[in-house]
Write a protein that binds this ligand. Structure first.
Ligand code: UVW
Length: 330
């Protein structure tokens, strides 16, 4: 056993002692069929930004860079050979997994927590997996590599099911707002959203349209003044996320939650409490920087909120996140 005590409010061990799928375990054939039953028109929406958006926003996350290998000094691009008519191109890419539309793997964020009960906090992740032992850093001979909780675990679950949209832009406009339990309940009621166990919860805030309008030159001070984010300080909201049985939360904004790097809640507390609850305690994946406005507008215009979501990450072993090109079908 990797842990003697589990964090308060966590589900560690409930899906098995070695579980690495978290809430994706709830995606049963019945729940996938519930998603498929939401398809009535056959219209599909792409929920990814172009992967070179939003542009530089976070120092450690850079735009994709394409390159071409040379074989015997000849670039493998627009290449012809003497004895055939074909023209061939190959390329490679340096792709930062969390630059654009993305999934956070359960390895993306852990906490300092005393899981072995010796009175000293260690760096630990969902279900007790450990920094250095399972999450190998760049100094390790085999690192960087997530030996546990990497994004490939999510990929093999299929990542397809019933999606529901909460349109916070329609409810509250596009200004910055911390959405707590009361706002959430009001949105669910006004927009007549039927939340079921096993659902993917998507949140439209209008951040995606602002990002697109900035044409890969994001103005961070303008963006920080925009968009709704979940209020991780609201205990009733945290309880609802647990009780609802949702399998993932996805948003058009940067972090799903409202956060303020300049005023941390105090030593020993998570600065991103929704990340703490979802990734660390409950095994709920987070999707960020999704392009949601076309789907959200269509659903609003047709008095609907549910759809089929198909959103696999890359099956990229050992990675702590992945770009995604999710598809909603209505
Ligand atoms: C933030 O950018 C704050 O969130 P994440 O690390 O999940 O992308």
């Amino acid at each position: 056993m990797r842990w003697k005590q589990r964090p308060e409010g966590s589900n560690w061990g409930d899906f098995g002692p070695d579980d690495q799928f978290g809430r994706m375990n709830l995606l049963t054939p019945e729940r996938r069929l519930a998603g498929i039953r939401e398809v009535r028109e056959g219209i599909a929406f792409t929920l990814s930004l172009p992967l070179d958006y939003p542009g530089p926003m976070i120092d450690m996350r850079k735009p994709p860079r394409l390159f071409v290998e040379q074989v015997d000094g000849i670039p493998a691009y627009n290449q012809v050979s003497d004895h055939c008519s074909d023209v061939m191109c190959d390329d490679g890419v340096v792709l930062y997994t969390q630059f654009s539309t993305q999934w956070d793997a359960l390895a993306h964020m852990g906490q300092q927590f005393d899981a072995d009960g010796d009175g000293i906090a260690e760096k630990v992740f969902y279900n007790g997996y450990r920094a250095d032992e399972h999450l190998l850093g760049p100094d390790h001979p085999d690192g960087p590599y997530a030996k546990a909780l990497g994004i490939e675990n999510m990929a093999v679950t299929g990542v397809q099911g019933r999606g529901i949209m909460l349109n916070f832009k329609a409810m509250f406009g596009t200004g910055y707002r911390r959405v707590g339990y009361d706002d959430l309940m009001r949105t669910i009621e006004v927009q007549n959203v039927d939340v079921r166990q096993g659902d993917f919860l998507l949140m439209h805030t209008g951040y995606d349209e602002a990002v697109l309008s900035m044409n890969r030159r994001p103005d961070r001070s303008k963006l920080d003044a925009l968009g709704a984010g979940l209020d991780g300080q609201d205990a009733r909201l945290l309880r609802w996320i647990d009780d609802s049985g949702i399998v993932a939360i996805c948003s058009d904004n940067l972090a799903v939650e409202a956060y303020d790097w300049n005023s941390p809640p105090g030593a020993g507390h998570a600065i991103l409490p929704i990340h703490e609850l979802c990734l660390f305690k409950l095994g709920i994946h987070l999707g960020e920087l999704w392009q949601l406005y076309e789907l959200a507008d269509w659903l609003l215009a047709h008095d609907r909120s549910a759809f089929l979501l198909t959103a696999p990450p890359l099956r990229l072993p050992g990675s702590v996140g992945s770009p995604a090109t999710p598809i909603a079908t209505v």
